[in-house]
Ligand binder design. Structure first.
Ligand SMILES: Cc1cc2nc3c(=O)[nH]c(=O)nc-3n(C[C@H](O)[C@H](O)[C@H](O)COP(=O)(O)O)c2cc1C
Length: 312
């Protein structure tokens, strides 16, 4: 399958694994790249040394291209921006800020840059700063989110700009993948589906929570503070939402969620941890290998696209 995304990134299939803090370490990343997609390390709030070590471990496990997601609010962002150059990473996705100041350095190193965007306005700014493509992330996604759904964001972006767009948020099977192509995207970024894989270095309680989740089990906290995050509901999200409704101050609410993702991913604390996951968790019924996830998505997408011919 060839699109501008596979060409730009030198990958077999236009399936990118979202760079997820705490979740996307070298285990998942090397498995996805090895299976023909693009694995992306989640640098999250990690220090630069950890990122360098993880990059080297990915290289020990695969010779295929992979990426690094850099949260630009990370105090180590500048150092990490240099590490990806020194280590010859193929691609960078960015969030929480404007990567403009690193663009020249990355371009000279041949790194492809894909900022995550949730609106046309942000996309415009990112294109002006010289990015190679966009990750259009809808509000269905797990983790930090914007307002628009994938269904409305992707076609508006692909109509407005000629730059390659990767659809993210709410995609976990071949039908979602085919739909993304129909909307003009040339690839997909998938998070939640990849968390519930054998290869993800994530506590089984977390994976089980995704498998058990139903359609309405994700909740958004932090809308009132301007930092909305989608997680599976548990005792902590309910407490947070109550505090939000009572108008509790931001700092106190932040303390509640501090370290929550680490607690859920590493310790398996699914009661007070942050089980970041998207609305599509309701569709995910079994743990699978990364290879099976990718191959089943491709097979189902092909079937779906062929079936759709009957309407033409
Ligand atoms: C557990 C988890 C952690 C995430 N952490 C990050 C992150 O650190 N940086 C980022 O840009 N996106 C992050 N995301 C978003 C994913 O990269 C991806 O865009 C999103 O999961 C796609 O939507 P889906 O979950 O419906 O597949 C995270 C998502 C999840 C589920």
């Amino acid at each position: 399958m060839k699109t501008r995304i596979t060409e730009l990134l030198g990958i077999k299939y236009p399936i990118i694994q979202g760079g997820m803090a705490w979740v996307a370490d070298y285990h998942l990343v090397s498995a996805v790249s090895e299976a023909g997609g693009l694995g992306v390390l989640g640098a999250g709030a990690a220090p630069a040394d950890w990122v360098r070590e993880q990059i080297r471990k990915v290289k020990e496990n695969t010779d295929k291209p992979f990426g690094v997601n850099i949260m630009l609010l990370n105090p180590a962002a500048e150092e990490i921006a240099k590490v990806v150059v020194e280590e010859g990473v193929a691609m960078v996705t960015t969030g929480a800020g404007n990567p403009e100041r690193y663009m020249k350095m990355w371009k000279e190193a041949g790194i492809k840059v894909f900022p995550v965007v949730a609106s046309i306005g942000l996309a415009k700014r990112m294109i002006r700063s010289g990015c190679d493509g966009l990750i259009a992330e809808g509000t269905e996604a797990g983790g930090h989110i914007g307002d628009l759904t994938t269904m409305v964001l992707v076609p508006q972006l692909t109509s407005e700009f000629d730059i390659p767009v990767v659809a993210a948020g709410g995609i976990a099977d071949g039908r979602g993948f085919a739909a993304a192509l129909m909307l003009g995207a040339e690839g997909v970024q998938i998070g939640t589906r990849f968390v519930a894989t054998y290869e993800a270095n994530v506590h089984e309680n977390y994976k089980d929570a995704i498998i058990k989740a139903k359609d309405i089990d994700s909740k958004v906290t932090g809308r009132s503070t301007g930092h909305p995050v989608r997680t599976l509901r548990n005792a902590q999200t309910l407490k947070y939402i109550k505090l939000e409704q009572e108008g509790t101050d931001f700092e106190e609410m932040e303390r509640l969620t501090e370290g929550g993702l680490r607690r859920a991913v590493i310790e398996g604390d699914v009661k007070t941890g942050s089980i970041m996951a998207g609305q599509i968790a309701g569709l995910i019924k079994t743990k699978m290998s990364v290879e099976d996830v990718i191959q089943s998505i491709l097979a189902e997408a092909k079937h779906t696209l062929k079936e759709s011919q009957k309407y033409v």
